[in-house]
Design a protein around this ligand. Structure first.
Ligand code: C2E
Ligand code: MG
Ligand code: MG
Length: 524
């Protein structure tokens, strides 16, 4: 049935009454349902009709169909304010919405800003292609909207970043529970046309007005909380706390500088720490340890920057960099007549979030380093969250390349002994904490003896880390430990010093092992 839509009939009458009262021209945009059921946009313009004395005696007007123009405007609005991929509001609309919320100076304007970032988006994008990445974003957008309901505002800021504004919420607990629901909704496997993927999401939350009344403060604070969520292991929602600012900002700045160092290949250097063979007295190989000389802060210890790199994809680039550098170095030594094994530390993220096996193959191929001269040091964190079968499969594939596998920092983490027996490690690196104190307490010695016996029983080469005193070396020798890596022999050094040390050490060992010397020793 033809007629005005909603209150539009009243608005026309009001405008006409105003024309009669004031004599001014009035235009109103209205919606009108035509006889065929289509709704069109009209503009009704009324002008006063006056008599010869200028007195208003009525009105006349025009009605113009502006449906086309309105449609174009709506289209433009959609383009300007919506993300074409997901159909969600875009960054521009998000800013408008956030400012609107902040501008509402009602007494109780409690609200919350949530920033969400997908945890393994890059992985899907890189391995399955951009088409799958786009499809995934669409699915994720749908899941978030469903979990959030339509009471709240959701937008995609770009890439795999989404922002939510929860308005008029009842309590912090409600924000927390909604955030947890969103995280849970994304954690379930998502099926794409190219297969099933599992991603996760991390969320940072800033409360309005508690954590800020300006858009820029709120965004910064939600971002800091998001960073914390990622650092705490992803797949979680974290509220902003004022103490985060300094600590996290420092880390964010370091992460940015480290990324630059990797990209520009500046300030990074590999140091090599010798590993002594206890039986022969020679240098069996070296561990490659990363050193970063920051342009302003000077040397930043790996204990500080490795975890920062690990909380982002940066560790994969950094890990590949040191792998390539160390392999090139080992090949240069080999070419100079010194076949020395180089051990490179590998983070769990490299294994799970990059094409690590492919990287090792490429590096071996490029450098022409015989694989037996490359050792990969993995820690027990590799086994966190992964079934033993999956870990074994990856390790077996690596071993098939001919490289040596070492389990690093043994005893500091998850260490299920049952686990250990099922994995194809060649070397066991016993952490410093088990070497510390063996010269002083029988208990410490007993523990170390047990670990060495266990490793030997599994056919592994045993390397003790962190021996600092000659007395410790003697005990390790007595316990039939194979190798020692510690300050008692040498600290990590630049490549030229490391190889010079090894040559000198090998010469001493050769002299000590010569029949003449041994005979002399026997006589004495
Ligand atoms: P890690 O792999 O267990 O390396 C051995 C660490 O023990 C090195 O510390 C080494 O300098 C130190 N160390 C060796 N002997 C002694 C000793 O007698 N006494 C003491 N107090 N320390 C000793 P660094 O170089 O500071 O590295 C710390 C950790 O950072 C490494 O532990 C490793 O987990 C990580 N890291 C270093 N470079 C890399 C890298 O390129 N990639 C990855 N993913 N992690 C790395
Ligand atoms: Mg190591
Ligand atoms: Mg270690």
């Amino acid at each position: 049935m033809a007629g005005y839509v909603g209150e539009d009939g009243r608005r026309v009458l009001d405008a006409q009454a105003a024309v009669l009262r004031t004599g001014e021209v009035k235009s109103v945009d209205i919606k009108y349902m035509r006889g065929d059921g289509l709704i069109c946009d009209l503009v009704v313009t009324n002008k006063a009709t006056t008599n010869a004395k200028g007195k208003v005696i009525g009105f006349h007007g025009t009605i113009q169909d502006i449906s086309e123009r309105k449609r174009a405007e709506e289209q433009l609005e959609k383009l300007a304010y919506h993300d074409p991929l997901t159909g969600l509001a875009n960054r521009a609309l998000f800013h408008r919405e956030l400012n609107d919320v902040l501008a509402q100076k009602r007494k109780k304007t409690d609200a919350a800003l949530l920033l969400l970032d997908l945890d393994r988006f890059k992985e899907v994008n890189d391995s399955l292609g951009h088409g799958a990445g786009d499809e995934l974003l669409g699915r994720v957008a749908h899941r978030i909207s469903r979990a959030l309901g339509n009471r709240h505002f959701l937008s995609r800021l770009g890439g795999d970043e989404f922002a939510m504004i929860l308005k008029d919420h009842a309590s912090v607990a409600e924000v927390e529970s909604l955030a947890a629901q969103v995280v849970a909704a994304i954690a379930d496997p998502i099926s794409l046309s190219s297969g099933e993927v599992t991603v996760g999401a991390s969320i940072g939350i800033a409360l309005i007005p508690k954590d800020g009344t300006e858009a820029s403060d709120l965004l910064r604070h939600a971002d800091l909380a998001l960073y914390q969520a990622k650092e705490q292991g992803r797949g979680r929602a974290v509220f902003f706390e004022s103490t985060m600012s300094t600590v996290v900002q420092h880390k964010i700045a370091l992460a940015r500088d480290l990324r630059q160092a990797v990209q520009q290949n500046s300030g990074l250097e590999v140091h090599y720490q010798p590993q002594a063979d206890l039986a022969l007295g020679t240098v069996a190989g070296f561990e490659a340890l990363l050193r970063w000389n920051h342009p302003v802060r000077g040397n930043v210890p790996p204990g500080e920057f490795i975890p920062i790199a690990e909380s982002s994809q940066l560790i994969c680039d950094l890990g590949l960099w040191i792998l390539r550098e160390s392999a090139q170095q080992a090949k240069r030594w080999l070419d100079a007549g010194e076949p020395r094994e180089v051990a490179v530390n590998v983070s769990a993220a490299q294994i799970w979030h990059s094409d690590f096996i492919g990287d090792v193959m490429r590096v071996l191929d490029e450098t022409e380093l015989p694989p037996h001269l490359l050792c990969l040091e993995l820690t027990e964190s590799l086994m966190a969250d992964h079934a033993v079968g999956r870990v074994r499969k990856v390790l077996t594939e690596l071993k098939q390349l001919g490289v040596t596998l070492a389990l690093d920092d043994f005893g500091t983490d998850y260490s299920s002994l049952g686990y250990l027996t099922q994995l194809p490690f060649d070397k066991l690196k016993i952490d410093r904490i088990f070497v510390d104190g063996i010269a002083d307490t029988a208990r410490a010695r007993k523990l170390l003896e047990g670990i060495i016996a266990l490793g030997r029983g599994l056919g592994m080469t045993i390397v003790a880390e962190g021996a600092e005193k000659p007395a410790e070396v003697e005990i390790l020798r007595a316990l039939r430990c194979d190798q020692v890596q510690g300050f008692v022999y040498a600290r990590p050094m630049v490549a030229s010093d490391a190889i010079a040390f090894a040559r000198a050490q090998d010469r001493i060992a050769a002299v000590a092992a010569s029949p003449v010397i041994q005979a002399k020793a026997a006589v004495a």
